[in-house]
Structures are given as C-alpha cells and as structure tokens.
Design a protein around this ligand. Structure first.
Ligand code: SF4
Length: 359
C-alpha cells in the first residue's frame, strides 16, 4: 500500500538565519547557521507557488516562514514577518508560542513589538539552574538570558511559559529551581497581567541532538528526587516523562502496526544549504527529501507526497514490534513517552540503514 500526503495546503519553513543556541535536546539537530537573502526567500516561495502536479494542480494554500529554528533571530525580523504575510495565502502566516528568548534578552524593543502579536505567550526553556541551562543550550549566558527574557515578557504583557527538561545532571537542584519560581513571584505577576503562569516538565525526544543525551535521561529510581511541590505546580506533573522502557517494550513488542508518525499540518523545512526535510521527524539523511538547488522542487514535492524517503517508507511499513525487538532494552528503566521510544528506535534504525545494515 502506498501513502500520499494531501498537498492541498503546505507550510514551508526556511532557516534564513539559524539559531543562537545548539540545545542538547533539540530534535532539529545542529544544522549550520546561514544567511539567506530576502530575494532567496522570495525565489523559494515562487517555486512552491508555481509548482503543478501531473494533473496541473497547484498547492492551494501555502504558508511561508522565514525561520525554522529560532523565530525573529535576524535583525530585520519585522520586515521578515511582513514578508511572510505577503507571500503566504491569506491567514497562513502564523505566530506560535515561540519568540526569540535570545532577542528578548538582547533587544529591548523586541518585547513590545512581539506583544502586539498573538498569542501573547512565550516558551522559556531551562535545564535546571545556571550551569545546567548554559550546558543544555550550549551557550554561556543562556540561563541569565532566559531570566531577562522572562522579565521583558512580563513587562510587555506576554506570559512566560517555563519548560524544564530534567536530566540526571539537575536532579539535585530542583528545589532551587522551584524556589526561583517563587522568588520571582511568577504566579502572582502573571495573574496581574491577566494570564496564568505555567511551568511544565518536558520530555526529551531521543532524536536529533536529543539522542546524544539519552544516557542522561531520568529513570524510575530518579522519580522520588523530583520535589512533590514542583509536581504540584507543574502543568502536567510527571506525565511527559512517561514510563520505563522495560514496561513500554511489553506493549510495543506486540504491536504489528508501523509507527505511522503523522502531522496535522504538513510542513517542509529548508536548511541553509537548501536541503529539504519533512517536518515529521529529525532532519537527518534518511528523512531528507532532496536539495532544492540540485534535485529541484518537482522531485522533492513528489517524494514528499509519495512518502518516498527511507525514513518515510519504514514509518508506514515496518512493524513497531520489529523495531522494539531489534532496538529495545528489556532491562532499561529509563523513562520515555511511548511515541518518543518509537522515535529512538527509528533513529537507531536510520543510523543502521546509513551503514548499510537492513533489519
Ligand atoms: S531547541 Fe530551539 S533554541 Fe534550542 S537549538 Fe533547537 S531551535 Fe534553537
């Protein structure tokens, strides 16, 4: 059975500037920062708008984004946002609960500009306290930037949403992290601007850079080190940390359906070297659709529509039980969300595939 993406609407994210960070949990990996010009962005949008399939059908609705990693990282971010609206189909240029926390900290005008957009919320990431957050984002000063970003959000009427990634490195400083939330009076200050402060414990997907820190993933025995008070104020408590690999394996080893990872809003990502990836999994070679300059848009869009890359193909055909039996560790007590554990298997499959090993 062959699968086809419905190409009636498509988002296209162009990594025009990249990202100031190289976060260790980042599922997008560590692609190089580039500097794509506005005319290159326009040219890419024209290629997508002009494309027709074998029946002469165009993509009806297109949304163009000038970023794939950190939004608004480029100094001409206001112009780029205007351009996104000009190039996209009506209503398709969108903002999310993502702002550049780097720019919030380094550009004092940015928060007020961002406050005029919807949604008035900004995700702010931590890996524990200062040393661990600088380590996690691989940038000295990142932790202090996150605190400055939080302050500037609040002053501009934007609600900061804190996400905490717990690794084995920060288990002994979670009390301190909780104290920080109270010292900064975040619940009351957010209430004052008419919004609710949220903090949540995020799960790290073991793909992209996240695969490299899989050994630091908390296991069952670490759960009692997470302060109950922190869980009480967290949005989902421990839910996103999931269950132990050994427990999940019992279920996955019986599952004959393939992973079938899918996204509701089809989207492509184009990096600074014009490599194009489906935005459904880590942007690695086994998911890569092709290169816009050397392969051309027609081949890329048809490969996407027909789910023709090695990663897309096994996503629809290889039973999860085969992946679980090949890559699962029945003795592992490491905690995973079920879909994240499948993602790890697919990453391991991809590495083997690139080495010529086929399961
Ligand atoms: S998680 Fe976000 S900020 Fe961190 S490296 Fe990835 S894109 Fe950049």
């Amino acid at each position: 059975m062959s699968y086809r993406f419905d190409l009636s609407n498509l988002g296209v994210m162009v990594d025009m500037a990249g990202c100031p960070n190289r976060c260790r949990h980042c599922w997008l990996g560590s692609h190089r920062n580039g500097h794509l010009s506005v005319s290159a962005f326009r040219n890419i949008s024209e290629q997508f708008r002009n494309w027709r399939d074998e029946n002469g059908m165009a993509i009806k609705e297109l949304g163009f984004f000038s970023w794939w990693r950190e939004p608004d990282y480029r100094s001409d971010y206001k112009e780029l946002w205007r351009l996104e609206q000009e190039l996209s189909s009506p209503g398709c240029a969108q903002r999310f609960e993502l702002l550049s926390t780097w720019r919030l900290a380094h550009d004092k005008d940015y928060a007020n500009w961002a406050a005029a957009l919807e949604p008035k919320a900004c995700q702010v990431t931590f890996f524990g306290m200062e040393d661990n957050t600088d380590w996690g984002m691989r940038r000295n000063g990142a932790f202090m930037d996150q605190l400055t970003a939080t302050e500037r959000c609040l002053s501009a009427g934007i609600v900061p949403r804190w996400q905490l990634f717990i690794t084995k490195r920060c288990l002994n400083e979670l009390d301190e992290f909780l104290r920080l939330i109270y010292d900064l009076n975040l619940f009351k200050r957010c209430k004052k601007i008419g919004r609710k402060f949220e903090v949540f414990i995020g799960g790290i997907a073991p793909e992209g850079n996240g695969y490299e820190i899989d050994g630091l993933r908390p296991d069952e025995s670490d759960l009692n080190l997470i302060p109950k008070e922190l869980l009480a104020v967290s949005r989902e408590g421990l839910a996103m940390l999931g269950q132990s690999e050994s427990k999940l394996l019992k279920e996955l080893a019986e599952s004959d359906t393939p992973p079938n990872i899918y996204v509701n809003s089809p989207c492509l990502a184009i990096n600074a070297d014009y490599d194009v990836y489906p935005n459904i999994a880590e942007p690695t070679e086994w998911w890569r659709l092709g290169n816009l300059k050397t392969d051309g848009i027609d081949r890329i869009l048809k490969r996407y529509r027909d789910e023709a890359t090695p990663g897309m193909s096994i996503n629809r055909t290889l039973p999860t039980s085969v992946l679980a039996k090949t890559y699962g560790d029945p003795n592992s007590k490491k905690l995973y969300d079920k879909s994240d554990l499948i993602t790890r298997f697919m990453h391991q499959w991809g590495v083997d595939y690139m080495k010529g090993k086929v399961i």
